[in-house]
Design a protein around this ligand. Sequence first.
Ligand code: MN
Length: 208
Amino acid sequence: MEMKYPFQLPPLPYAYGALSPDIGERTLCFHHDKHFQTYVDNLNTALSDCPEYQSRPLEELLRRLDRLPDPKRTAIRSNGGGVYNHFLYFAGMCPCCSARPSGILAQAMDRDFGSFENWRLEMRAAALGQFGSGYAWLVSEPSGRLSVMKLPNQDCPLSMGLWPLLCLDVWEHAYYLDYQNRRADYVDNWFHRINWHFAQERYEGCGA
Ligand code: MN
């Protein structure tokens, strides 16, 4: 993904009602059109007076947060992460209900988690164990080794030298209209909507 300043809201890659009832139309409208748009706007504002960073792809900015001056580092960590993470979250879902990965990603998941079911349990535990706002992540190390992690707020695994394949947004704005306080039900239903084709392409593209 080549995302550069001035950033634009990527279109939702399916209809607003396409993930219903797991994630409802109203949730997707607010989450994509309002929350995601706000991160895009705030990232553009943060970069508007930094011409030296405007030509850099978002992935590069997030990988090298430590080289950015304060307070731009904080603004780009939050809003650049907000843009990148939301892109991954929405692209990582689909209406198709393909239940499992295949190919080299499936083999790597068996190797590194023991089984697909073990991965699902680890991902679920990360999503439920993230206190407050954040994400659960399926990531690849540069070697191709897979792991699951949870990160707060809009922190992005790119900033830790990891390549994210999938993310599960557990901010309340991602599920409150459909599930209120029942994060576990939202998490369980998210597994039905994973775009495994997207995750496989990310894995194959990571150099593993
Ligand atoms: Mn979100």
